[in-house]
Design a protein. Structure first.
Length: 208
């Protein structure tokens, strides 16, 4: 049976979302065996205990078969990897002994992969703003307070019921306690909406 070769790999890192674990997978693709009678393929993985240079592992542990049964696709996705892990992969071709001299080919070339470490995500603990409004005719003062993750940039905006932007900005506080104020002229009885947003929790608003 002729040896076949892994020709390309693709490493996928999923978007983390707040309060969810970051996921990782490694997808490997290879060219088909040229041996007539091959019915499938097996993928093997070993921990890389050495260093990886140009996708070659200098030292690897014992390899285990990842596929319970041979698969027919010319690619395999390993979803059981961990952030920061290093792995060494190879594939084999499977052929009935009634056709081939052995039931499984020798290993393909090895392909080693480093899985990136997780990026630390700030907590998503944005609270709805508490807003007070003091008016004297058209003269209006707005004071807003809310909490969020410490030092997480938080945007805010104040709009009236006609969609006009009265004020907006971005604040960051190392203690996670935020407050802003605005003073201007607003037609008496006009509904105002104060909204705060961050990159992990979305937006929360208060109407006054």
């Amino acid at each position: 049976m002729k040896r076949f070769t892994l020709v390309v790999f693709l490493l996928l890192l999923l978007t983390s979302l707040p309060a969810r674990a970051q996921g990782h997978s490694v997808t490997l693709a290879f060219t088909a065996s040229s041996t007539v009678g091959v019915t499938g393929y097996n993928m093997y993985r070993a921990p890389c205990t050495g260093t990886i240079t140009a996708n070659v592992c200098s030292a690897a542990g014992i390899a285990t078969k990842l596929s319970v049964t041979p698969f027919n696709a010319l690619s395999y996705t390993d979803t059981a990897v961990v952030a920061g892990g290093s792995y060494d992969y190879y594939a084999t071709a499977v052929c009935p002994t009634t056709i081939c001299t052995t039931a499984e080919s020798v290993p393909s070339n090895h392909w080693a992969v480093n899985v990136p470490k997780d990026v630390s995500q700030p907590p998503g603990n944005l609270t709805a703003p508490t807003v007070t409004r003091n008016s004297s005719g058209a003269n209006t003062t707005i004071s807003a307070r809310w909490t969020d993750a410490p030092s997480l940039p938080t945007t805010y905006r104040l709009v009236d019921s006609f969609g006009s932007l009265l004020t907006s900005g971005t604040v960051s506080n190392p203690q996670g306690s935020y407050s802003v104020s605005w003073a201007g002229k607003v037609k008496p009885g006009t509904l105002l909406t104060f909204t705060v947003c961050d990159s992990t929790s979305g937006c929360k608003a208060a109407r006054i």
